[in-house]
Ligand binder design. Structure first.
Ligand code: JCQ
Length: 227
């Protein structure tokens, strides 16, 4: 798949696009990421990207002209804006996006984006969570990584997708590896028992308890759950 990223800070992505799963997905040609520098479409001699809000108030607003210029050639793609005011990005959001041929992620900044951009050039407003970042770049990097690992052939073991967080809509159980004892901190006896029935029973119980305690919202009618 191809992911376009529209950003004031393309240099932010140098690290995230090189490393680990995303780095390998790009290396192998499974994933293509094209960075679009918004500054190239800045207005006037100062290549301005933001301006004061009509009606007054604090902060600055991302201007319509640069975003329109950047997004018009990308009208054939699914265009996403990261903003704290969006719907929350979940595993099912990433599942859907990772099946698309080409998407575009716009990294918002300042107090927001001129609403005419949103109304006419954006298909979906999405949030990483209920907190405010300085810009959408961190959210874009998270989305890229979340999609990359779902692309065919990117993760060696195709079963490992399912065998992890959000299987059955529950949190994962705790895991351990050698040594069986370290500084007196021991591994739960049942995991060393070789008794596969009891081990799976223990794991199921741990998933249930963890979810109840940390994420009771995942246990309800599914209305608020993420997978
Ligand atoms: C994304 N959760 C938080 C900050 C305004 C489009 O307008 C704005 C975008 C940002 C950057 O994104 C976030 C964010 N998900 O802060 C302010």
């Amino acid at each position: 798949m191809k992911i376009n990223v529209v950003t004031m800070f393309p240099e932010y992505f140098a690290g995230p696009l090189q490393v680990s799963i995303v780095g390998r997905a790009i290396e192998s040609g499974t994933l293509e990421v094209e960075l679009h520098d918004l500054r190239e479409h800045g207005v006037g001699r100062h290549r301005q990207l933001d301006d004061a809000p009509f009606g007054g108030g604090p902060g600055m607003v991302m201007m319509v002209e640069p975003l329109a210029a950047a997004l018009e050639p990308l009208a054939h793609t699914h265009r996403i804006l990261f903003t704290p005011a969006g719907e929350k990005m979940t595993q099912s959001t990433l599942d859907i996006w990772s099946d698309l041929e080409e998407i575009t992620i716009v990294c918002g900044r300042f107090e927001g984006v001129d609403q005419r951009v949103v109304d006419n050039l954006i298909d979906q407003e999405v949030s990483l969570g209920d907190y405010v970042l300085a810009g959408g770049e961190v959210a874009a990097a998270a989305a890229i990584e979340g999609m990359a690992r779902l692309l065919p052939g990117v993760i060696g073991n195709p079963e490992s997708h399912q065998t992890e967080s959000f299987r059955d809509g529950l949190l994962e159980e705790p895991v351990y590896t050698r040594p069986a004892e370290f500084r007196g901190w021991s591994v739960p006896e049942v995991l060393l028992s070789g008794h596969h029935g009891r081990i799976e029973e223990w794991r199921a119980e741990q998933r249930r308890r963890r979810t109840e305690e940390r994420r009771p919202d995942l246990l309800g009618d599914g209305a608020d759950s993420d997978s």
